[in-house]
Write a protein that binds this ligand. Structure first.
Ligand code: HEM
Length: 415
């Protein structure tokens, strides 16, 4: 019952449990160990602290993601092997490094926005996914060849769709192995697409080893001790973790902003305000709903002791709605982030040592893309009612994918 009710409306189930049981409660998903959710920043810190020992974020995600990202992915590893990979991924994704991608992200955004339909309704989220996919292909993978780009543009969304579909992700690994032998079942189809993608990626890795150089993330990874399979796994990881999440964040940004003319009016040229708006969007509509750790030692949380073998995870939407930290949490008020200072209860990118490695790239993409869209187009929505949240792949996305209509902005002439 809990699994079905979670899949139908995750936030509603979590809110219901929170109201009924308080800031620490347990949900039982079919076929998995029980999960204890926490709903305050302080309790979340205690869960994140287990990253120093006792909490296994990698294993907690493993069953869901391994078929796509592979066993060497930073998402899947724990302990020393995790740190070996994480310390190689951190440097090329730091704020200072990704700032160098600003102009190219702008170029990609401008190019894609010019293909959007005018004067008729369309769905924004897949358009945003095209942009964020292109950013990963060109700036992370460093692929420029038009033919290979074209094939990956078709194959990668298929891989993500099949790989993160409930059928693949929620099937226990034993059952998966049997299903993989049947080519027309979703898992068999998934394996076919994965083999095609791997063919292109290994080809790219071989080519780049033969001709080193470049400013992309792959160039940096090729300078490390990682072998080809480890690099393949990390490339797919950055794609899986980085493109749907950022596109969904962007879809929510427009879903929210187009229903708030006062906020929209101050955008996009006030940089500090734009940053605060992005933070507030990710607060009221966090894309990822939890950051679980699988416990290999018992964890004391408030008056409870969570046993080893269970999951513990901050429920990000609940933490973001804590009225003690965010007064009138249901109101959209970017001003809360203008006063400065870091708020430890703001955690759209998780926390602890496993904090999202791509957060700086995601925030830069959101800034650039929102600005470019608003400079070029006047967007509107036909229906002022907010879009519901729906579990889509690994994210909580707007149920209609953010439906909008675009009109070309009349160029402003200088006097
Ligand atoms: C708005 C966009 C994004 C959101 C909301 C988001 C959110 C998250 C969250 C919640 C986690 C889990 C953190 C934890 O367990 O404490 C995470 C991990 C991760 N994210 Fe992101 N992410 C975004 C964009 C990106 C991008 C652009 C990339 C890469 C290009 C990326 C790569 C990763 C990786 C590799 C991890 C695993 C880190 C580890 O386990 O050490 N993410 N992200």
């Amino acid at each position: 019952m809990q699994t079905a009710s979670f899949l139908a409306d995750p936030v509603r189930l979590l809110e219901k449990c929170h109201r009924r049981y308080g800031p620490i409660f347990t949900v039982r998903f079919f076929g998995f160990p029980p999960e204890v959710y926490v709903a305050t920043g302080e309790l979340a810190e205690q869960v994140y602290k287990t990253d120093q020992g006792g909490g296994r974020a990698g294993q907690a995600r493993g069953d869901f993601l391994e078929p796509v990202v592979g066993v060497h992915s930073v998402l899947m590893l724990d302990g020393d092997p995790w740190w070996q990979h994480r310390k190689l991924l951190n440097p090329p994704l730091r704020a200072r490094q990704v700032a160098g991608y600003h102009d190219e992200i702008t170029e990609i955004a401008v190019e894609r926005i010019s293909t959007w339909p005018l004067d008729r309704p369309f769905t924004l989220r897949p358009r945003m996914q095209e942009i964020t996919l292109e950013v990963i292909l060109r700036l992370v993978f460093g692929i420029r060849d038009a033919e290979r780009l074209g094939r990956l543009r078709v194959l990668l969304p298929r891989l993500m769709e099949l790989g993160s579909s409930v059928t693949v992700a929620m099937t226990p690994p034993g059952v998966r192995r049997v299903m993989g032998r049947v080519p027309f079942l979703p898992y068999g189809r998934f394996l076919g697409v994965r083999a095609a993608v791997d063919g292109i990626l290994y080809g790219e890795i071989t080519r780049r080893r033969a001709a080193p150089g470049g400013t992309d993330v792959l160039a940096r990874l090729l300078e490390t001790e990682l072998d080809d399979q480890e690099i393949r796994d990390e490339l797919i990881t950055l794609l899986l973790a980085g493109h749907e999440t950022t596109a969904t964040g962007l879809a929510w940004a427009f879903e929210r902003l187009l229903r708030m003319p006062d906020v929209l009016e101050r955008l996009p040229d006030d940089d500090a305000y734009l940053d605060a708006v992005i933070k507030e969007v990710l607060r009221v509509r966090p894309v990822v709903y939890e950051a679980p750790r699988l416990l290999d030692a018992p964890l004391r949380l408030g008056a409870y002791e969570v046993p080893a073998g269970w999951y513990a995870g901050p429920s990000i939407p609940l933490v973001h709605h804590d009225p003690e930290v965010f007064p009138s949490p249901e109101e959209f008020r970017p001003e809360r982030f203008l006063e400065g200072g870091h708020n430890r209860s703001w955690m759209p990118f998780g926390g602890g040592r496993r904090f999202c490695v791509g957060a700086q790239l995601a925030l830069l993409e959101m800034r650039v893309i929102i600005r470019e869209v608003l400079h070029r187009l006047e967007l509107s929505v036909a229906d002022q009612a907010p879009e519901a949240r729906r579990l889509t792949g690994v994210t909580l996305a707007p149920a209609k994918g953010a439906r909008v209509t675009a009109r070309a902005r009349t160029p402003v002439r200088s006097p």
